[in-house]
Design a binder for this molecule. Structure first.
Ligand SMILES: C[S@@+](CC[C@H](N)C(=O)[O-])C[C@H]1O[C@@H](n2cnc3c(N)ncnc32)[C@H](O)[C@@H]1O
Length: 204
């Protein structure tokens, strides 16, 4: 059920958990369409997703195999692109934003929740794989995120910080890592933060 065939709005949550997607689609209800693109499209996850979908009696969701950097949908077919804590994991964020822009209809919206960085964090911290897998090291600096979204074509870009974390918020393991890297938490100028990142594809 490609979103182009629907009369309602088409939402694409990128790499969302299957239960969340099924629940959200059920809540939206037809004729809204929710197309879930991401590695949750891997064969086993697809089967699981469809089972939950059938059990919940949700008909307005479709699960597709894809990547943030290659969204398996045609141009200009989506009203809202969503994601939660995924963009930070991509190694090609320009491509991610370009893909979101491509699939959105003119006037469509990008609305994602992610980790960002306010200020600067040391490069050694960025290179720590533990922090990459923990969704921190790949976080974009706020200004960089704005610039990338503007380059992709988005307007009305808004980055709303909802919570900030000092290095101490990394917990015991994080503090141990900082010590191993020889970084004094008190001297890290930047900080990680949770943010809502929004943008709009200009109307045609
Ligand atoms: C931190 S989890 C967030 C999952 C989900 N959005 C949620 O809120 O529960 C990150 C997810 O993004 C997926 N992921 C990482 N890189 C991706 C990429 N380049 N394209 C699509 N999905 C990706 C991972 O497989 C994982 O399922």
């Amino acid at each position: 059920m490609p979103p182009t065939r629907r009369t309602g709005r088409a939402y694409v949550p990128l790499a969302v958990g299957v239960l969340v997607a099924v629940a959200a689609a059920g809540r939206l209800g037809p004729p809204n369409t929710m197309v879930v693109a991401g590695p949750s499209g891997a064969v086993a996850m697809l089967a699981l997703a469809r089972r939950h979908q059938a059990e919940a009696g949700v008909t307005n969701a479709e699960f597709l195999k894809g990547q943030l950097e290659a969204v398996p949908l045609p141009d200009a077919t989506v009203d809202v692109v969503l994601s939660n804590c995924v963009v930070n994991l991509s190694t090609d964020k320009d491509r991610v934003f370009a893909e979101a822009f491509r699939v959105l209809r003119p006037g469509g919206r990008l609305a994602i929740a992610d980790i960002v960085v306010e200020g600067e964090v040391p490069a050694t911290l960025r290179r720590a794989i533990e922090l990459w897998s923990g969704c921190l090291a790949g976080a974009l600096e706020v200004g960089e995120a704005r610039a990338k979204l503007a380059t992709a074509g988005f307007e009305d870009v808004d980055i709303e910080i909802t919570r900030t974390f000092g290095p101490e918020a990394l917990g015991e393991a994080g503090l141990k890592l900082l010590a191993e890297l020889g970084i004094d938490p008190a001297k890290v100028p930047g900080r990680f933060a949770s943010a809502f990142v929004r943008g709009k594809k200009p109307a045609a």
